[in-house]
Design a protein around this ligand. Structure first.
Ligand code: SAH
Ligand code: SF4
Length: 361
């Protein structure tokens, strides 16, 4: 068991770290130095920090830990360049991150929870159930460990679109973004960070009220409550009108536009009335739509709605996109990059049981 009770150094914001160091009788500027080592030089070892006095390094080693994750596997798709990383937490859960190169961009997709409690009927992570929230350090380390491998300048975008619902792990997500955004100096500015959510109105408003101003993607998947209720149980608690109102507030406060993610499910949300419904929603706030080809999950329940879900055919997706474009809506069709290793974001499916490491590749 690797579990330890030390303080996670990356759970500190810079001012919190300064406070902690002052408690140890150190000047506040040490926090700048340590942040520089952690976030700019991607250091994983206090003993590398030569401008930090040896006695302090020893104290930090005793009281805190630098890394919260260990890489246990990676799978590379030579066709697309997509790489899926499997990380192990100190208490032995497995989580995944994906690096997706797309032209000049290289996007890192990070997880925020072990599993997810929201039980969306199309989602592999949802099928796993929920184990626990990730800590700030566990979220940040997904960046640090992949950036170490790719080089810091290479990763240009971060999307919170891996395992879990980021807004249900609000504090850790916000703190991780704060530390990454402020300290990286890598060009990962706020408009290169996207938080994807199934829609938790109070948390969308709370995010608007921070100074982060990151982009939000809403997993919409249907413009109608009835259909959305059956696909995403969270919609029963927070109907679409409430979520859209919260998103309007977000766009007004942050001057960003919302990306609607829309899985294309044959006969369920790819009909004429869906185009109309989507046009109505898109007309009400600054937004664009990402159409996502549905990746059918092998081990989906044989009963209930999951069993009836099938991907819309390619031609139908293209037609759907064109009809929306005729209504002056910006539409992208996400390619199925990484399909061969099921590595694209939102399709992260591992059985991640505590104490066991289950091979998933
Ligand atoms: N919980 C957040 C972020 C993680 S899911 C959210 O729901 O937005 C990230 C994205 O992957 C979501 O848009 C989700 O709907 C999508 N996704 C889930 N299962 C998928 C599947 N089987 N095929 C394609 N995309 C899927
Ligand atoms: Fe959770 Fe997002 Fe999957 Fe829904 S789609 S179960 S919210 S990870």
């Amino acid at each position: 068991m690797k579990e330890n009770k030390k303080i996670e150094i990356k759970s500190f914001t810079k001012s919190e770290l300064a406070q902690y160091l002052q408690g140890l009788g150190e000047p506040a500027y040490r926090a700048d130095q340590i942040f520089n080592w952690l976030y700019n030089r991607l250091s994983l070892d206090y003993d590398e920090m030569k401008n930090i006095p040896k006695t302090l390094r020893k104290k930090l080693n005793e009281e805190t830990h630098i890394t919260s994750l260990t890489k246990v596997n990676e799978t590379f798709s030579p066709v697309t360049g997509t790489k899926k990383f499997l990380f192990n937490t100190l208490d032995n859960y497995n989580i995944e991150s994906v690096v997706i190169p797309e032209g000049k961009r290289t996007t890192l997709c990070v997880s925020t929870q072990v599993g997810c409690p929201l039980d969306c009927k199309f989602c592999a992570t949802g099928l796993m159930g929920f184990e626990r929230n990730l800590s700030v350090g566990e979220i940040i380390d997904q960046y640090i460990l992949t950036a170490k491998e790719y080089g810091k300048k290479k990763i240009t975008n971060i999307v919170f679109m891996g395992m879990g619902e980021p807004l249900l792990n609000f504090q850790a997500t916000v703190k991780a973004i704060e530390n990454l955004r402020n300290e990286l100096n890598t060009g990962i500015s706020r408009n290169r960070i996207t938080v994807s959510t199934s829609g938790i109105p109070s948390k969308i408003r709370a995010l608007a009220d921070t100074s982060l101003r990151v982009k939000i993607a809403l997993s919409l998947h249907s413009p109608f409550d009835e259909v959305r209720n059956s696909l995403m149980p969270i919609n029963i608690k927070y109907p679409l009108t409430d979520t859209i109102e919260a998103l309007k507030y977000y766009t007004q406060k942050t001057k960003t536009r919302i990306t609607f993610e829309y899985l294309m499910l044959e006969g369920i949300n790819d009909r004429k009335e869906d185009v109309k419904g989507l046009a109505r929603i898109c007309g009400s706030l600054p937004s664009k739509i990402n159409l996502i080809p549905f990746n059918k999950i092998d081990h989906m329940s044989p009963a209930g709605i999951s069993a009836t879900l099938n991907p819309s055919p390619k031609e139908r997706i293209e037609k759907f996109a064109n009809t929306l474009r005729e209504k002056n809506i910006t539409v992208m069709i996400r390619n199925t990059q990484g399909d061969d290793i099921a590595a694209a974001c939102g399709q992260l499916a591992i059985k991640s049981k505590k104490g066991r490491r289950i091979k998933v590749f």
